[in-house]
Design a protein around this ligand. Sequence first.
Ligand code: ADP
Ligand code: ZN
Length: 216
Amino acid sequence: MHELTAQGNDEHLSRQLLHRATNTGWIEVIAGSMFSGKSEELIRRLRRAKIARQKVQVFKPQIDTRYALDYIVSHSEMRHESNAVASSAELLSQVEPDTEVIGIDEAQFFDNGLVSVANELARRGVRVIIAGLDQDFRGVPFDPVPQLLSIAEYITKTHAICVRCGQPANYSQRIVESEERVAVGASDMYEARCRRCFVPHADAPTAHLVEASIDL
Ligand code: ADP
Ligand code: ZN
């Protein structure tokens, strides 16, 4: 039983072996700021599952239209096929009975029903791997990722590199003017910042903050 208590990526490996033996499902969440490598890590795990000849299905929310609809794509141009779905209910309806591993990217753009859908899939014996932003551009926890972190068996927190100082970055700073919580974009709209360099938006007018972030 030693390997069941191992930490980090090895844990997933031993879990994979156990999965075959017992058909037990579980939830893994990969959470962090933008540019922290969530999509890369998700794609890496999915590729390895395919090497193990497991049946894999991948989903993303339809709202994320930055890149091709039928792929999840990392900022470093790694890509993996995916199905774009409008809701967690549609995701569940598209799961095929013999699927062993499900990848879900951009979890923060799903409805809160994703929490019970993930639980249901794990109950059926599926390994559910979910990647998502844990905070919005203001630094506010981004539903349903906090709830998913609570119910997950395994959590990986990823960090980007602060573009200002080079320290590990935990925040996604919006560098254009918009009050919308959901404004989909990449390096043209956001940059990775550490706690010291992040300029909180919550109670301040956006224009002032944008000015501050550009002038620094
Ligand atoms: P996420 O899904 O968390 O937004 P991705 O997996 O799409 O992240 O992209 C991670 C990649 O982004 C890195 O491997 C690197 O090539 C690139 N990148 C660009 N800017 C940064 C940054 N500030 N810190 C770290 N990686 C960055
Ligand atoms: Zn910094």
